[in-house]
Design a protein around this ligand. Structure first.
Ligand SMILES: [Zn+2]
Length: 274
């Protein structure tokens, strides 16, 4: 099964905000999303990255406008979903499933582009989004205007998927396609309902751990940032135990990838030859 990641945008942050003991200099972070080619489910997207909908869309509320003005993500035009799918001879309508790891803007921004897709996501977290007012959702970092109007009808919740048990230092979770190839692993801490994806069938098992940390060095060197990062976390106390689980997986020979770490990985798309 082929797995690729693209970089939808660049976002800058002072290192000390995302790495305990870091400096004031700014770090240029990626905003990755993934594309897997599953033998039965076909091309499946993992999140959407930032798309113009979150940064320029007419439907944006006042808070989403403010958020993008503060964060100033720079869209990476060449690696937006449409041109990336084109590189593989695909169109937006060929995507029949999008895995949504959590509901932050840089993961759901482009969901409305995919008219034929079901959304594989945490139905428990979605139930909480529906139960909250839009102001309460903002406090959880969820901009509800980014969800397609029929998100609920197209939701394919992970709670109904068969469970795979943990073995040794390999975590268990929900078997998304019923063949053990992609396991949704709960990653509490950063956002309500966040899960990562474990690809077990590779020579070296890969866990895409999304936003457990912004930087791999924060994970590996146990440098989880303190305030104000803890303020925006859904459950700050859960970040360390989740990070420790990832360190055990690494120590046992696994590979961990994050959404925002700036260093290129073997799974990142090579820049297209001009
Ligand atoms: Zn996030």
């Amino acid at each position: 099964m082929r797995i690729v990641f693209a970089n939808s945008a660049w976002v800058s942050a002072a290192e000390r905000l995302i790495l305990r003991g870091g400096g004031w200099q700014s770090v240029r972070l990626r905003v990755r999303y993934g594309l897997i080619f599953h033998p039965a489910a076909g091309p499946v997207l993992i999140d959407t990255g930032y798309t113009p909908e979150a940064l320029l869309g007419e439907r944006r509320g006042r808070m989403l406008r403010l958020y993008s003005a503060l964060l100033k993500p720079q869209l990476n035009v060449d690696e937006q979903v449409l041109p990336v799918l084109r590189r593989f001879g695909l169109s937006l309508d060929d995507i029949r499933a999008v895995v949504v790891t959590h509901f932050h803007a840089d993961h759901i921004s482009g969901l409305s582009l995919f008219r034929n897709a079901r959304f594989i996501a945490s139905d428990a977290a979605w139930a909480r989004v529906k139960a909250r007012s839009s102001r309460q959702n903002l406090r959880h970092g969820v901009f509800t205007e980014l969800f397609p109007a029929d998100f609920d009808a197209r939701l394919d919740g992970i709670s109904a998927k068969p469970r795979v048990a943990a073995h040794g230092d390999t975590p268990g979770g929900a078997d998304l396609f019923g063949d053990g190839s992609v396991i949704a692993v709960d990653l509490p801490g950063h956002a309500d309902g966040q899960f990562g994806l474990l690809f077990n069938g590779l020579d070296r098992p890969l866990l895409y751990a999304v936003d457990v940390q912004w930087l791999l060095s924060a994970l590996i060197e146990k440098r989880t940032p303190g305030f104000p990062a803890t303020l925006i976390a859904e459950d700050a106390a859960a970040i360390e135990p989740t990070s420790a689980m990832l360190r055990r997986f690494l120590a046992a020979g696994g590979e961990v990838m994050l959404c925002h770490d700036p260093a290129p990985t073997p799974y990142d798309l090579a820049p297209e030859a001009a």
